[in-house]
Design a binder for this molecule. Structure first.
Ligand code: C2E
Ligand code: CA
Ligand code: CA
Length: 731
């Protein structure tokens, strides 16, 4: 449109210029014609002076009139030689004495209208004659030169037609013949102004199609016109001609070019606009993509953290207006890292996508599922009650607990859920997430099955954990921790080994259980120091523990540290421990997945001489394949099965099965948490020879173990197991 407007503007401007040029040309032509016309009249007017300034003319026209002389010298000359249509001689009294019209030398009767028309110019001539004074004086003044020509000319209408009339005073040229009065004869010459006259003019001034018209005749359209006036100023004729139009010509010539340029311009503009529109379209699309990316997770296409906060803002607004409470669920996959390490990035991506799909099945139309991080999800549950929130969290855990089929095979991820129920509109969106996240962390720490619900007291718990972390750091640096040893005996009661267990006596809080500080150490990276501390102490104490076997707990986070094996080697060299007496207790979690590094590490530990025991057996994913694949020497039946022995028949069955399995695989087996005689007997019946538990001794200082070793030299019958009080406790 702009280019079209521009084109129209250009054309309009061109037309205006052309018009202006044409008008200027017309004006110039008019002026030229005006000048040319009067110039031609003046030329005509001067021509009779050749015969009017002549001594012979004075003699034959004025001194005494000679008709024949006049006819041959004046009439014939003016009409024949000069081409005038009319020649008249007036005497001193202005009476016509000779008139020649065309070829007729006796035409005085035809010239009445001419005389009337010529009266004004004759009068002018007479007045000039008077001003000249007597001719003798004038000739003297002229000093041998001919006198000045006295004449007057005008365009007038006569019966003969429109005429250019000139009145010329007859004067002597040398003064040989002089008039006898102060007045002389006057010569009137006339030329009819007709088409012929005009054609001369047109040729001379390059006028096109010049025509002569009566002043009141109708005008030829498109023609220029010039009015011709008589001596009294009345219009007597009109000259018309086809004016030159340089502007229009230029326009005509340039118009095709301009039009072509204009069309090209419009085409260009349209293409440009088309491209522009496409570019804009692309821009809009990419903006939308960027906006989508800004609010969505690329892997799953789920809303991201930003979108979640937006959504929470809306949910809070609804809570304020419609009193509709909602719940925020924070979900964390339990074994994501292990699966990622074992199966690789592609598998973990597949897992995340599959889990996202499963979780989305649990969501209602008004709920929002978002992916917050690597293996973290969140759900905003609309219209939640405590029961509904519990039900959703349980459903999520159930789904994530089932094996998931991905390209790499079957994996179990499991998840932990933290829930915050929001019924106060003054809680900010970020605070809603923080609460659910806190509940999640608490659920993870407590390691209980099930999900965690946010409670106001949790903030205090968290603060306490943070304080504990700093206190633990300090305790590790300043020797605030110790190691207790719990006896491990054969069924006959003979002490054959101990389990080293970390102990922390906090100056203010007193005894802090390892179930609290070990996870804190794992989370905060202090596990390396803690683990090394226990190992060093156990290695050193081994020197005073005869040939007792010493079991040391190694957490998964610790064994995964890259310099775990080299540091352990150094420690072995430093302390000179006999590694064959050291049993490293690991948990099944470490073995999950097809982990080459774990296999390698365990192999290296074995090569160093260490024995490997699988702790808490039966609680995890007790898989036969782990026992076959990994270099394991011993399994430790978890306390939860032992406590139910004798009361729950399925516990007996499990324990029996585990013992048989261990036998079949030629593995040692030990039962932990043995507290009662019944449990001991049941274990004996199942064929489990090695036992550990309060029934034989609580964890105790190394000195107490040394005491026990002395006593142990006397054999003890199974039914005369030492009472707990005698053995004492490290706590
Ligand atoms: P765990 O390896 O299963 O250790 C056995 C736990 O059961 C010990 O608790 C022990 O005091 C307790 N126990 C032993 N006999 C009985 C019994 O007859 N009845 C009952 N109810 N409990 C019994 P503790 O010392 O509180 O340790 C808890 C957990 O902390 C350990 O479980 C272990 O996982 C971890 N832990 C302790 N010390 C260390 C350590 O030095 N390094 C690492 N990585 N973890 C440790
Ligand atoms: Ca253990
Ligand atoms: Ca255990």
């Amino acid at each position: 449109m702009v280019s079209a407007a521009l084109g129209i503007g250009v054309i309009t401007a061109l037309m205006a210029f052309a018009n202006m040029a044409d008008r200027a040309a017309l004006q110039r032509e008019q002026q030229l014609l005006q000048k040319g016309f009067s110039g031609l009249l003046q030329e005509q007017a001067k021509r009779p002076s050749a015969v009017a300034l002549w001594d012979d003319a004075v003699k034959n026209l004025d001194v005494s009139f000679d008709h024949d002389w006049t006819e041959s010298n004046i009439g014939q000359y003016l009409a024949g030689v000069q081409g005038f249509e009319l020649a008249v001689v007036l005497d001193r009294e202005d009476q016509p004495v000779f008139a020649m019209v065309g070829d007729d030398p006796n035409a005085i009767a035809q010239i009445d209208s001419v005389l009337i028309a010529a009266a004004p110019i004759v009068e002018k001539v007479r007045k000039a004659e008077e001003r000249r004074g007597p001719i003798e004086d004038h000739l003297r003044e002229m000093a041998g030169q001919p006198p000045l020509v006295i004449y007057s000319t005008a365009v007038s209408k006569t019966d003969l037609g429109l005429m250019a009339l000139t009145a010329t005073l007859v004067q002597p040229d040398f003064g040989l013949t002089l008039p006898e009065t102060s007045r002389s004869a006057v010569l009137i010459s006339g030329e009819i102004i007709d088409q012929g006259f005009l054609s001369d003019l047109a040729v001379r001034y390059l006028l096109n199609e010049a025509t002569l018209h009566a002043p009141d005749a109708e005008r030829v359209p498109g023609h220029a016109a010039l009015l011709v006036h008589d001596s009294s100023g009345h219009p007597v004729a009109r000259i018309e001609w086809h004016p030159q139009s340089p502007g229009a010509d230029m326009l005509r010539m340039s118009m095709p070019l301009v039009l072509v340029a204009l069309v090209a311009l419009i085409i260009l503009a349209m293409r440009y606009q088309h491209r522009g529109r496409k570019a804009t379209q692309r821009l809009i699309e990419s903006e939308a993509r960027v906006a989508h990316l800004a609010y969505h997770d690329t892997l799953t296409g789920l809303p991201n953290h930003l979108r979640l906060l937006d959504h929470l803002g809306d949910a809070i607004e609804r809570l304020r207006n419609e009193r509709q409470p909602f719940a925020v669920h924070c979900i964390d996959l339990n074994r994501f890292n292990e699966i990622n390490d074992s199966f690789g990035q592609q598998a973990s991506d597949d897992l995340i996508r599959e889990v996202a799909r499963l979780f989305s099945l649990c969501c209602g139309p008004e709920d929002l599922l978002a992916r917050l991080g690597k293996d973290e999800f969140a759900i905003v549950q609309a219209g939640a009650t405590p029961d509904r929130a519990d039900a959703l969290a349980a459903r999520l855990m159930e789904l994530a607990g089932k094996p998931v089929e991905i390209a790499a095979g079957r994996v179990f991820s499991g998840c932990t859920v933290g829930v915050a129920l929001i019924d106060d509109p003054e809680v900010a969106a970020s605070e809603c997430v923080r609460r659910a996240d806190l509940a999640l962390n608490m659920a993870k720490i407590s390691r209980k099955c099930g999900h965690g619900m946010y409670e106001p007291g949790m903030d205090g718990d968290l603060r306490q954990r943070l304080e504990l972390r700093e206190d633990l750091r300090e305790a590790l640096a300043n020797g605030g921790l110790s190691v207790a040893y719990q006896p491990q005996v054969h069924q006959g009661g003979k002490l054959y080994g101990v389990e080293a267990l970390a102990r922390w006596h906090h100056p203010v809080r007193g005894h802090v259980p390892p179930s609290l500080f070990v996870p804190i150490a794992e989370e905060s990276g202090l596990i390396d120091q803690l683990g090394t501390f226990v190992l060093r102490r156990a290695f050193e104490d081994s020197k005073v523990l005869g040939n007792l076997r010493i079991a040391v707990n190694i957490s998964a986070a610790q064994i995964r540290l890259s310099d775990f094996v080299p540091e352990l080697k150094l420690l072995v060299e430093e302390t000179g421990v006999d590694t064959r007496r050291i049993e490293l207790e690991i948990t099944e979690g470490l073995l999950l997945g097809d982990d080459r590094t774990t296999e390698q590490t365990l192999g290296q530990l074995r090569d160093l001489g260490f024995r490997i025991a699988l702790d808490d057996f039966g609680t995890g994913y007790s898989s036969l394949s782990y026992l076959q694949r990994y270099p394991i020497d011993k399994i430790k039946i978890d306390r939860s099965f032992i406590s139910n022995l004798g009361t729950d028949s399925s516990a007996d069955a499990v324990v029996n099965a585990i013992v048989r399995l261990a036998r079949a695989l030629r593995l040692d087996v030990i039962a932990e948490g043995v507290e009662t005689e019944i449990q001991r007997v049941c274990l004996a019946a199942a064929g489990c020879d090695d036992i550990q538990g309060y029934l034989f001794g609580k964890p105790m200082p190394v000195l107490a173990i040394q005491d026990m070793m002395k006593d142990d030299n006397a054999p003890v019958a199974p039914d005369t197991v030492r009472p707990l009080a005698v053995l004492g406790s490290a706590r």
